[in-house]
Write a protein that binds this ligand. Sequence first.
Ligand SMILES: Cc1ncc(C[n+]2csc(CCOP(=O)(O)OP(=O)(O)O)c2C)c(N)n1
Ligand SMILES: [Mg+2]
Length: 369
Amino acid sequence: MAKKPAARKAPAKSRAASKVSETGSSIEDPDFILHSLQEEFEAAKSFVANDEQMLEFYRQMLLIRRFEEKAGQLYGLGLIGGFCHLYIGQEAVAIGLQSALDNDRDSVITGYRDHGHMLAYGIDPKVIMAELTGREAGISGGKGGSMHMFSTEHKFYGGHGIVGAQVALGGGLALAHQYNEDGGLCLAYFGDGAANQGQVYETFNMAALWKLPIVFVVEDNQYAMGTASSRSSAETRFHRRGTAFRIPGMEVDGMNVLEVRAAAEVAFKHVREGNGPVLMELNTYRYRGHSMSDPAKYRTRDEVQEQRDNHDPIERMKSVLIEAGHDEADLKAIDKGIRKIVTEAADFSENSPEPQPAELYTDILVEKY
Ligand SMILES: Cc1ncc(C[n+]2csc(CCOP(=O)(O)OP(=O)(O)O)c2C)c(N)n1
Ligand SMILES: [Mg+2]
């Protein structure tokens, strides 16, 4: 999935002092910081997972896949109202990154394509499906729906429908981590389309200036609604877009969970050490339309099939597991177990009550944070 690297030009002018290292390494390059993390990641590109971790990555990605398939069915049956944006194809991004978080300290914020990010916490799928179907038991009390999942308990701050807004809000979350000295970082996800919003760059500037603990993640799934990123973006190598703010960039294959996790380790360490933000570009692909109401006629079936056949993150993990000695039957049994969990989540949400009418008047104004 990685795009072809373009030749790197030497900067014409730099304010950073040029240091000559004893070993004659790339520290001589005054812009070393901007690509140092990529180099560190490239040196050990695949996370060395033990058997239990590999199985867990597989299980978690498969849970998102089966959950999203079921959500698509429930939408078709009219049980999910409003918008519904599925995450199928992008599973390795949320799982690879969030498995490296410290959930006692770190916060997460994203856009409306948020079911996978919630499931990555290990939250009961029943509560997430109940939110999708607008039930009282849902994680946002059934009043947020697909786009507005929220859980302060897990430090998950949404679920936002305004494209790009979550980046500026993420900057605020990172400022809170720094101000409160709680040692946490904020993981702020946004899309290739959102990457063209002005507030993203205002946030980059402040985050770099104040060395905020934030990891900016562009989930480049190649489309913003029906527009291919190459038709809307002058620079599609999104990890370079922090260069003007001296934010180091990383380019990662977002269809390979072990690579995503390896990159996360490098990025999070850099941020936790007080060095300010990192901009990660995760190259991925969404198999379904932008939302459930999009027939996706702007691309060919062959294009989607090529991704499914050659880059699917779950199939890739499955091959790694089989190479490590697991047999097909065991992996099938895992899938069966997950299908059962998802069916139970759907049954639970269908049979749960809707919020009481009085709930219309609650959660409108937060008086105390
Ligand atoms: C400020 C704003 N402008 C436009 C829209 C309409 N809109 C909703 S989703 C979307 C595309 C965003 O694409 P991308 O950032 O790539 O995210 P993806 O859907 O691919 O995850 C647009 C333009 C919006 N919700 N908010
Ligand atoms: Mg996109």
